[in-house]
Ligand binder design. Structure first.
Ligand code: ZN
Length: 413
């Protein structure tokens, strides 16, 4: 351990050594490396540290003597499995404000600086995989999907490329996206994390923040190299994490059915020569967290009159104070990163996600609703409430009397 605790809250005149950051510059070198290294405080040019919330586990590993505090990753052979970009949107400082467009290429772009001893780390990694879900096998059996041996194998295996993205926030751009002052944003971030990052309020010269939150995972179907070309047709599902349904098959909501349906639409598009994309955001329970979510489930099922659509959003607001904290304003960034200007098939019913794409200048050609047969019975409450609130549907919104009917199971059923 070092003998002194190094405070990061003031720069002590060392900022001249830290590389400048010019967000939205036309090349990685012109933009400059983002340095979140803890070992060399004088070189740091961002607020926060790598790996989001996992930095706390890193602290435990260091505190318990299992990890050297100055360990540096060996990036040999870790380069992206396929190339992504650069795309013209990367040099528009307002287009991408919540991730580092060069984040997967730092080992290559800044090889000279890393060789010279700077601790510069990727915030994006790109690899390949095979995935398989029972729903895909069912889609083959039902004749909706056919195996082609390339995208989709007869046993249901799907070949994908996948990318993991840690959030990187350019604070002036985030503030602009929300229509608030940067100082107000910084103060709220400082106060709501109980003062976790003092530089938010003491170092206005540092404009980039690595927030301790979950990031996103992208699953690509088809040839990623085709993205960014105007002729490439794209199918997409933007999915916000729901552990209960996505992983465990809980039937109170439509999350996993929607995810599986989205993947089906993506596989189809890849088989037709286009590219399918699933964006999986770590925003559990509308970014309210799973504890809040389970409290809301109890409140919904225990309320007088039972679990019904007319009080669906109200019950969430009683517990959380808001209905939703996912903030779709930042969601379109990933499409700018991939050079996507048009989505031909959009597997989502969310009016908020659709509106965010429109505001970002990304055209949606066709909105694909989930087939009714894929909605579990206990999830009718959620579906009715969402359609009544303006979510996209091919059917007319349910009438008031319909919304007042208890459709969800009781707490102990
Ligand atoms: Zn869900």
């Amino acid at each position: 351990m070092a003998s002194h605790i190094m405070l990061t809250s003031h720069n002590r005149g060392r900022s001249g050594r830290a590389p400048a950051v010019e967000w939205g510059a036309t090349s990685a070198r012109a933009r400059g490396p983002l340095i979140a290294s803890l070992g060399e405080p004088g070189l740091r040019n961002v607020i926060g540290t790598h790996a989001g919330a996992y930095s706390v586990y890193r602290a435990l590993a260091v505190a318990s003597g299992q990890l050297q505090r100055d360990h540096r990753p060996d990036l040999t052979d870790t380069a992206p499995a396929v190339a992504i970009g650069p795309h013209p949107q990367w040099s528009d400082p307002g287009a991408i404000v919540s991730l580092d467009p060069w984040g997967h290429r730092v080992a290559e772009e800044f090889a000279h600086l890393i060789a010279a001893g700077m601790d510069i780390r990727p915030t994006i990694a790109v690899t390949t995989a095979h995935i398989n879900m029972p729903e895909l096998q069912a889609a083959i059996a039902a004749g909706r999907l056919r195996a082609d041996g390339t995208v989709l194998a007869a046993n249901g295996d799907v070949r994908v490329t996948k990318a993991a993205i840690d959030p990187v926030w350019y604070l002036p751009g985030i503030a602009e996206r929300f229509g608030i002052r940067e100082t107000a944003l910084r103060r709220a971030l400082f106060e709501q994390t109980a003062g976790m990052f003092p530089e938010l309020v003491t170092r206005p010269d540092l404009k980039v923040f690595l927030p301790p939150i979950g990031g996103m995972t992208l699953y690509f179907f088809g040839d990623v190299a085709k993205l960014g070309r105007p002729e490439t047709k794209v199918a997409c599902r933007v999915h916000d994490e729901c552990n209960g349904s996505d992983v465990f098959g809980s039937d109170i909501c439509t999350c996993r059915p929607y995810l599986a349906h989205g993947i089906e639409v993506c596989v189809e598009m890849a088989q037709q020569g286009g590219v399918g994309l699933v964006v999986y955001n770590r925003k559990e329970g509308r970014a309210l967290g799973e504890v809040t979510k389970f409290l809301v489930y109890n409140a919904r099922k225990r309320q007088r009159g039972g679990d019904r659509a007319e009080t669906y959003f109200e019950r969430t607001e009683c517990v959380a104070g808001v209905q939703d904290m996912r903030f779709q304003q930042l969601m379109p960034d990933v499409f700018h990163w991939l050079g996507i200007r048009r989505i031909d098939r959009w597997a989502s019913m969310s009016n908020m996600k659709h509106g965010a794409l429109a505001a970002a200048g990304i055209e949606v050609v066709e909105r694909v609703a989930i087939p009714d047969a894929l909605i579990p019975p206990d999830a009718r409450v959620e579906m009715d409430a969402k359609v009544a609130a303006g979510y996209f549907s091919v059917e007319a919104p349910p009438a008031e009397a319909e919304l007042a009917l208890a459709k969800g199971r009781g707490l102990h059923e």
